[in-house]
Ligand binder design. Structure first.
Ligand code: SF4
Ligand code: SF4
Length: 93
């Protein structure tokens, strides 16, 4: 996974630039199938939002925990997820 670390600031917090999921939140029906399927427990409904269909949409809670396994995309009946493989070492994020 690509990270950006400012060289001039020893001990600085790492900033993740790679985002493993693209989420079409407007299509989510809040069925929670993907939440139960995710082995890393990094999906949750966003109870602070209501989408145009009237549901709380899914959100990724921890991008660093996501392994791009795509189980969420395989089980989602509404094609909400696009999953990206993590860049290999040396590739730009
Ligand atoms: S790609 Fe895998 S680890 Fe990432 S959110 Fe989906 S099910 Fe979870
Ligand atoms: S499986 Fe699809 S429709 Fe159901 S909560 Fe997850 S993203 Fe939304």
């Amino acid at each position: 996974m690509a990270v950006a670390v400012p060289r001039s600031t020893p001990g600085a917090t790492r900033v993740l630039t790679f985002q493993p999921l693209e989420i079409a939140a407007e299509r989510c029906k809040g069925c929670e199938l993907c939440i139960r399927a995710c082995p890393k427990h990094c999906l949750a409904l966003d109870t602070g939002l209501v989408n145009p269909l009237g549901y709380h949409p899914i959100r990724l809670t921890d991008a660093a925990a996501c392994t791009s396994c795509a189980l969420c995309a395989r089980i989602c009946p509404d094609v909400v997820f696009t999953v990206y493989a993590a860049p290999r070492r040396g590739e730009p994020a």
